[in-house]
Design a protein around this ligand. Sequence first.
Ligand code: FBP
Length: 286
Amino acid sequence: MKTVSLDPILRNGRGMLLAYDHGFEHGPIEFDERSADPAWIMEIADSGHFTGVVCQKGVAAHYYDKRKFVTSSAYDKAKHKRNQNFSSTSYKVPLIVKLNGKTSFHKGEEPVSVQNCTVEEASALGAVGVGYTIYVGSQFENEMIKEFSEIEKEAHEAGLIVIGWMYPRGKHIASDTDPEILAYAARLGLELNADAVKIKYTGDKKTFKNVVEVAGKTKVFVVGGPKTENEAELLETAQDVLDCGAVGLAIGRNVWQAKEPLKVAERLAEIVYGRGNGKETAHGEV
Ligand code: FBP
């Protein structure tokens, strides 16, 4: 049984993934003129201190140009200067392809997320990792666990990182932020040999510490959630989850629905990577 290092999507041992699968999961209702354009999202991911961008295969195929992707060290050597005018000729942001998804048309039904992309396809698109949602507690949980297990084996054999979107949901789940249920979901990620899980915050440090602990060597990313107007609270939550041992954030709407996404990303990066944003140590940017 193989495991794969998370290093390609970490900086200073921490990570910030920009999630952009909402066009599939929620529909374009989440977008404005700017955020409907995946090219704009790729530029935010690349310029906003993100260590990964997550999307479905279609967005990746049309908008993530793997020929532009260079590893950090190659990037450093080239001393490529990034700027915020989005004139990218190369990417340093790694790609993670989501392999399953569901639309929002079936609200109230038992949730199931079905595979729509293979590990091979994700790899051909230039992905360093794959993501897969398991609706923990759903009537269809077993189908997703089975599919995940096959993906985990194939991805690890190919050297790809495997991240489980561990979302408790369905008629047996009274609350998707219940600490015991979230701990169970995180643990399931470890049991299934996920390299990392993406999970909701319980809302308090004591219980979330336990969630991180029971995930063991499987690293924990925390989701962003719907856009909040209270940025201070968002930053405080980021600090709290890191204090509990989370490896970072996998965040979408609170960045690309913001008026100034790069500024929000900058403030989050200060918290996630530490003072100076890890800029001094990553990619030679100062
Ligand atoms: P956000 O930070 O925007 O919440 O993105 C995280 C995410 O997990 C996305 O990957 C996904 O599309 C969305 O949340 C799913 O949210 P929900 O399952 O609540 O509809």
